[in-house]
Design a protein around this ligand. Structure first.
Ligand SMILES: Nc1ncnc2c1ncn2[C@@H]1O[C@H](COP(=O)(O)OP(=O)(O)OP(=O)(O)O)[C@@H](O)[C@H]1O
Length: 283
């Protein structure tokens, strides 16, 4: 399936300037299509998170982008055109983050402020990014967001400790989707949750993506999970993308030795080969 690109990463490299330097991301090129779920797989330490943080320009020293571009494409040739995120000033990037590209990371649910209600924290996104929005509309929008992720508007006045981990992670997803970003980057968003809650949240993300049409970069070391939820999968190893293919290509016809080894390391994938690839996924 051909989709218009939302994001194109080309030749991106990131080094941690320590002694000796760590080249965490090496010459990575990837595109994410509109409405696509791109899975990013690879074992711990291969550079997945560094790549995600680089795209969002959230890296801090000693990390440094040493080359490449991260282009966010314009919607249908809209004013302003394509933007290379690596060239934006911090203030320009602040405006764009959340608004166009949002991120949910593994520990996100623990980053909610314990002394503020869920409603106040959601409202803060609008106060900062949509200052013209009136109070009543803000409250209504925050309530609708909580409904959308299955938490319920009656939780607006709850404090984080009154919600389960799964619910708090849903709140973080609501926050990430608040401004209707075009791209959602999720770095192990459900890893800390039990399997049932994880599954419910993944179904919710799939449903929301269909409803709202955003694209997703989904990062995890859990390849079976990626095979189920992704349209395409990029496999990373030691900072490089070694293979990109549709979920079906990766599952049935992996070309790279490392991908085959990675597939082989999940016993559930090497027994009777079930129907792992998501129904309706691009082949
Ligand atoms: N602050 C840092 N200073 C030096 N090296 C770092 C730093 N942060 C990460 N690295 C190194 O960069 C490489 C990539 O790390 P990264 O966290 O991006 O990998 P990952 O694939 O996301 O791993 P995980 O799944 O465990 O989070 C690793 O070799 C790691 O040790």
């Amino acid at each position: 399936m051909n989709r218009d690109p939302v994001l194109s990463v080309s030749g991106l490299s990131v080094t941690y300037d320590v002694d000796p330097p760590v080249e965490a991301v090496r010459d990575v090129s990837l595109t994410v299509g509109q409405g696509e779920v791109l899975g990013l797989a690879g074992e711990s330490g291969c550079g997945k998170s560094t790549l995600a943080y680089a795209v969002q320009r959230l890296l801090r020293p000693p990390a440094e982008i040493t080359g490449g571009q991260v282009v966010l494409h314009a919607v249908d040739g809209a004013a302003g055109g394509d933007v290379d995120l690596t060239t934006l000033s911090p203030a320009e990037m602040d405006r764009l983050r959340w608004d166009q590209v949002a991120m949910v990371f593994q520990g996100a649910m623990n980053s909610l402020n314990p002394v503020l209600t869920i409603g106040a924290q959601l409202a803060d996104v609008f106060t900062r990014h949509r200052p013209a929005m009136g109070r009543a509309e803000r409250t209504a929008t925050c309530g609708a967001l909580l409904e959308m992720v299955g938490v319920g508007a009656d939780r607006l006045r709850s404090y984080p400790h009154e919600l389960s981990g799964g619910m708090r992670q849903r709140v973080m997803i609501a926050m990430a989707l608040a401004l209707r970003p075009r791209l959602l980057i999720m770095d192990e968003p459900t890893t800390a949750l039990d399997v049932l809650v994880q599954r419910e949240i993944l179904q919710e993300i799939s449903r929301l993506r269909e409803e709202l049409g955003f694209s997703v970069v989904f990062i995890t070391h859990d390849l079976p999970l990626l095979l189920e939820i992704s349209d395409r999968i990029a496999v990373m190893r030691a900072g490089r993308v070694v293979e990109v293919g549709t979920a079906s290509e990766i599952y049935h016809a992996a070309r790279h030795e490392y991908t085959k080894r990675l597939l082989g390391s999940f016993p559930s994938l090497t027994g009777d080969r079930g129907d792992f690839v998501r129904k309706g996924a691009a082949v």
